[in-house]
Design a protein around this ligand. Sequence first.
Ligand SMILES: C[S@@+](CC[C@H](N)C(=O)[O-])C[C@H]1O[C@@H](n2cnc3c(N)ncnc32)[C@H](O)[C@@H]1O
Length: 259
Amino acid sequence: MSSDALSIWSRNAAYWDEFLGEGNEFQLQLIMPATDRLLAIQPGMRVLDMACGNGNYSRRMATSGASVVAFDGAAPFIERARERTAQANLQIDYHVIDATDEAAIRSLGENSFDAVVCSFAMMDFEPITPALRAVHDLLKAGGHFVFSLPHPCFNSNNTVKTAELAEVKGHLVHTYGVKVTRYRTPFQDLAAGLLHQQEPHPLYHRPLELIFKLAFEAGFIMDGFEEPSFPVGPRIKNVFTWAKRPEIPPAVVIRLRRA
Ligand SMILES: C[S@@+](CC[C@H](N)C(=O)[O-])C[C@H]1O[C@@H](n2cnc3c(N)ncnc32)[C@H](O)[C@@H]1O
């Protein structure tokens, strides 16, 4: 991972923290519930949150009774995470670690976690194999790694949102979709993760076939998969929101298991 990317994340951290707080609509309605279902946190579980950002999902797991370790590669995110966690009167063990540094991840303790989670961050790592290999070995046998990504088929950097209006047999019909022109070949691009984010950050598009290939090579099997989408929004004016596209999932949430 280039230190440039983590410098960009460090400069964007304060804005991200203020924008997201304990979760925006996308996280609270789509990502967190699907991740909760696949992780099935039980009190006392030891869990790692990789690339935790401001720690909002780490706190959600701690509130459910898990013992949480969390890291991010950008120190300002970890400062924000620690402040918010202290304010919430929770205990979480935070670290600054680059997720492309396999040895640093392994130092958190092999065979010691019941589960590892990584929400909307692996598209920011290049390569992802060091994290997959290390996470596999951090888990106890049978432990789960649950990670979410922008859906590589529908919500990647090349995707164009479409809004069409047609007259069909005397009725005006609105259709909201996406146009996809690149999928199979991995590519790097710059991304604006949030509206009005100051600096774009590097993003790595990978087709699902490649993500699963690398996960299987690291020793995982896949035993859970969700494609969450918003329910139909009756009176939403913004034609570019995902809520106008209930048939098109903007995210995948994948559960891998250490065999
Ligand atoms: C899209 S944010 C998601 C943060 C958090 N998981 C969430 O769901 O709100 C991506 C996060 O990945 C972190 N990140 C990017 N590259 C990283 C790397 N190589 N090692 C560790 N963290 C990294 C960024 O600092 C940022 O906090």
